[in-house]
Design a protein around this ligand. Structure first.
Ligand code: WQD
Length: 343
């Protein structure tokens, strides 16, 4: 049985991918510093899969922690989620983003090389495309640069990984560019647990629907889109997780450097998302139009054909599933993983 090291495996996408990997028969070692997640996730994973993954609390930047993991366990492949991902924060604190995302990936690759592990799946982002306007975005649509340090950090790691694969044929590297991951596992036991005020639309709308917030701030209704609000390619986090599994399988049979978009290939507007939440929750969700958010694009969606052709992967869950599963997670876990103290 192969063993996967999942860095950031207690996070939103990491935990959903962990479930799919465990259920596919892999063993897993999870490395997470719990800076943006909770050890409660691992209890939930055990409830869903019946398996308790090995958990190491630590930082991917810590060479000693990584060396101990590779010395203790026979790691066959690494899925690398650990990093920071808030676009706005990256503008305010670029050093945090280059340290965690770039330096962290560098340390990981150094230790993998030292320990003769050469299979890696890397969590990248559509933010690398910058403010490209040639929709849908294909993997070669890099005619514009990222517009924030977060996107720059992801593109830098992609370049480093590409150079690694060119330097040594033992490397098998899959880079996955996510569009907008949303939703939650159908069990309602794991989901997105943003700390503080959510930056992203789905968790914010969900919190308004459940009464935690008064209304949705719609950032801009004057975009050149059908209803004037921003359009994005939302992808169910379980579809995304299964894309990682298929990339793993691909690396078992191929050496080299490979790159895929993971999106649905269609976009939904802010107002369409709000309407979908109102339908599922049976709540009339209040919203107000505010000025555009700096750095936002009018629209962004993927061309997912490459992953379909080469991995045999297609997103299968629609907007209603994304909203229904988000809503179940929200209503069952009003405080996310902050479990109520036994009282
Ligand atoms: C979606 C749409 C907003 C919040 C970001 C990162 C990206 C990735 C996914 C990491 C836009 C509008 C939002 C709100 C709103 N993360 N909106 N009111 O900005 O497309 O992508 O998250 O990889 O890197 O950039 O997602 O959910 O923030 O915004 O009107 O309260 O919803 O203007 O049109 P985004 P988002």
């Amino acid at each position: 049985m192969k063993t996967i090291l999942i860095t950031g495996g207690a996070g939103y996408i990491g935990s959903h991918t962990l479930v799919e990997c465990l259920q596919a028969g892999y063993q897993a070692v999870v490395l997470d510093n719990l800076s943006n997640s909770s050890s409660e996730v691992l209890n939930r994973i055990r409830c869903i899969t019946g398996v308790s993954p090995i958990f190491v609390q630590g930082d991917v930047c810590d060479a000693e922690v990584l060396t101990n993991i590779f010395s203790t366990y026979t790691i066959d492949v690494v899925i690398h989620f650990a990093g920071v991902k808030a676009v706005g924060e990256s503008v305010q604190d670029p050093i945090k983003y280059y340290k965690n995302n770039v330096a962290g990936s560098l340390v990981l690759c150094q230790i993998m090389c030292n320990m003769n592990v050469f299979k890696l799946v890397f969590s990248s982002s559509a933010t690398v495309y910058g403010d490209s306007r040639d929709m849908p975005l294909r993997e070669d649509s890099l005619n514009t640069s990222p517009i924030n340090p977060y996107g720059h950090s992801k593109l830098m790691v992609e370049q480093m990984l590409s150079d690694l694969a060119k330097s040594d044929p033992r490397w098998s590297i899959a880079v996955l560019r996510y569009f907008n991951p949303v939703g939650a596992h159908a069990s309602g036991l794991i989901g997105e647990h943003p700390k503080g005020v959510p930056n992203n639309l789905f968790p914010y709308v969900s919190q308004v629907a459940v009464g935690l917030r008064p209304f949705v701030c719609v950032f801009g209704n004057d975009y050149p889109t059908a209803d004037g609000t921003g359009v994005r390619d939302y992808i169910h986090v379980v579809d995304l997780a299964q894309g990682h599994l298929m990339a793993l399988n691909y690396l078992n049979a191929h050496n080299g450097y490979f790159l895929w978009n993971l999106g649905t290939g269609r976009g939904y507007s802010v107002l369409e998302v709000i309407k979908a939440f109102s339908t599922v929750s049976q709540v009339d969700i209040a919203y107000e139009f505010l000025p555009r958010r700096p750095g936002d694009l009018a629209e962004c969606w993927s061309a997912p054909q490459k992953a379909s052709l080469e991995l045999g992967w297609n997103a299968s869950l629609d907007l209603n599933s994304m909203v229904t599963d988000s809503w179940r997670w929200q209503t069952l876990n009003p405080h996310g993983y902050d479990v109520e103290e036994e009282g």
